[in-house]
Design a protein around this ligand. Structure first.
Ligand SMILES: [Zn+2]
Length: 557
């Protein structure tokens, strides 16, 4: 028997959770054709001596909708053993979109996902109007990794309803059109749709994001459309209460969508704020689970830090007082930040608990960058300390500092998952998947794409909380089975040959670095890894010891 590729002498961790075993695999036509103790006769053979062979990881929460236009490799995610991504999360994306609406669509992505507006306008190739055309454009260009694509509801609503999408619910005619377009998108390869109901998710100049105005009737009709086609999922970004649990209202929506869809639904974000949160979550979603519907949330397995400036004040987007700060010139923003009335309303918003990303705890915010030499003394100091040093209230302290530096001052927010004990509990709880990397978004604010490397380095090798078999299962078979990605997530005959080879003890997440590789030379934060030898997609070697081999074997899932 001859194979396209034989991988010999591997320590096979097959994704199912079963104990690792020594063996070889043969790959033929992009699929795993055989698994045995020894195999030979490959057109290409790789000796995996000392390496673990596993199914490629699946990153279930990415925002590569724009980046896929200029980076088929999907960096930095590809550097961490990932072979498949789910993109189009949180209701925002770049299709469907009419030429004259590109700028408005791009502002949604600026505000929600912190991608630079000119990068979106000039870097995205915009060779489409409808979603099927978008899929066709991506296929023409090719990708190194597999992608599953969710239709962003904000874009769909805006396409059908125009400006009314940010003002009201859809009428019958509009809803019919949305369902028709969603059906066509799924038939062309889309994997369901996504939406955000989160308060911090605002569109152009502080208007609500269009998906936030979707009525129960709309969500029901769209969910039934996905159900009838029989393919795809729905992802919801939902409001949570001050203790981090989805609100009763959010849960009612989630339950409704799960029942109408009759397929798995996922919601985000889940950030561990207290020890009993997994139990309280489980209790809340129990009625839906008991009736046989599937719901899983996603958490990050590592601390989440957010870098921000008051020029792009994402962390305050849920506060009504900050609406007027979005998509304005620096001069307009400075005038607003000086205004005593604005400062009073800001203070009131915090006191009333209206914060979602920033929840009013100033000790979680530190000064990350200063422009003027005389302000260097504030570097790495938490805001309460800066306030004490300047004899001001925290609000006046940060606004005055930012104004003094023409808004160049950088702030670092410890957004969540800083307590290891709590994170350990979350990543061992049922109905909580490991996800939330947000790769492709928040490009100059944070980078969490190295999550798989972190999981192995921190939770397998260092803390021994998970075995390598469990960690691999959580990143492969668990999401593949949940979302219904057929032939993915395991090493078994007939499964896609999406494979990685790595040395678990050597896997290491490298420090974050800033690079200027976005279109137009704009900056973003990336992170690389060590310990991964090969990344194979559909039987083709994509990365060989970190070196891109130039292939684009990725498929639309
Ligand atoms: Zn997201």
């Amino acid at each position: 028997m001859s194979y396209d590729l034989v991988i010999k002498n591997a320590n096979i961790v097959d994704g199912s959770g079963a104990a690792a075993r020594h063996g070889s695999i043969g790959v033929e036509g992009g699929k795993v054709a055989a698994i045995d103790k020894t195999l030979s006769g490959g057109k290409r053979e790789i000796d995996a001596h000392g390496l673990t062979l596993a199914p490629g990881f699946i990153d279930i929460h990415t925002h590569f909708d724009a980046q896929v236009s200029w980076d088929p490799l999907l960096t930095p995610t590809c550097w961490h053993g990932v072979t498949s991504v789910l993109m189009g999360n949180c209701g925002v994306g770049v299709a469907p979109c009419r030429p004259e609406e590109r700028s408005v669509m791009a502002w949604d992505l600026v505000n929600v996902e912190a991608m630079p507006h000119d990068v979106l306008l000039n870097g995205v190739n915009w060779e489409w109007e409808t979603y099927p055309e978008y899929i066709a454009a991506i296929k023409r260009r090719g990708t190194a990794l597999n992608i599953a694509m969710m239709v962003p509801l904000s874009a769909l609503r805006f396409y059908v309803m125009g400006e009314a999408a940010v003002e009201r619910t859809a009428n019958t005619e509009e809803l019919d059109m949305m369902c028709g377009m969603l059906r066509e998108a799924i038939a062309a390869g889309a994997y369901g749709f996504s939406l955000s109901l989160a308060r911090q998710h605002i569109g152009y100049q502080g208007r609500p994001l269009a998906s936030r105005l979707a009525s129960r009737e709309e969500l029901g009709a769209l969910a039934r459309t996905v159900r009838d086609v029989g393919r795809g999922t729905i992802q919801l970004n939902l409001p949570r209460d001050q203790r981090g649990l989805i609100t009763e209202e959010s849960y009612a929506t989630l339950d409704f969508v799960a029942r109408e869809l009759q397929r798995p639904v996922t919601w985000t974000p889940f950030v561990m704020g207290s020890k009993d949160l997994p139990e309280r979550l489980h209790a809340r979603i129990q009625p839906t689970l008991r009736d046989g519907f599937r719901i899983a949330t996603q958490t990050s397995c590592r601390p989440v830090q957010l870098f921000t400036t008051l020029r792009e004040p994402f962390m305050f987007a849920s506060l009504p007082s900050w609406k007027a700060a979005f998509n304005r010139t620096a001069e307009e923003q400075i005038a607003l930040y000086r205004n005593a009335e604005f400062r009073r309303e800001f203070s009131e918003d915090l006191a009333a608990g209206r914060g979602t990303v920033f929840r009013g705890r100033w000790e979680t915010v530190a000064i990350a960058r200063t422009k003027k030499d005389e302000n260097r003394r504030f570097l790495d100091k938490p805001v309460p300390e800066v306030a004490a040093m300047t004899g001001k209230d925290p609000i006046d302290a940060i606004l005055d500092l930012a104004i003094d530096e023409d808004l160049a001052t950088g702030f670092r927010l410890a957004a969540g998952n800083f307590n290891h004990e709590l994170v350990a509990k979350a990543i061992q709880s049922p109905n909580i998947m490991i996800g939330l990397s947000d790769a492709g978004a928040h490009v100059d604010q944070l980078c969490n794409a190295g999550m798989p490397s972190y999981l192995i380095q921190e939770w397998v090798t260092k803390r021994r909380l998970l075995t390598i078999e469990q960690a691999v299962q959580r990143l492969t078979w668990e999401p593949a089975a949940f979302f219904g990605f057929s032939n993915k997530g395991q090493i078994a005959p007939g499964f896609d040959a999406d494979l990685i080879m790595f040395d678990p003890d050597a896997v290491k997440l490298n420090p974050q670095e800033s690079t200027n590789d976005l279109p137009g030379g704009k900056a973003r934060i990336v992170e690389r890894s060590e310990g991964f030898a090969y990344t194979i997609v559909g039987g083709e070697v994509v990365l060989d010891h970190g070196e891109y081999q130039g292939a684009t074997p990725g498929r639309v899932i």
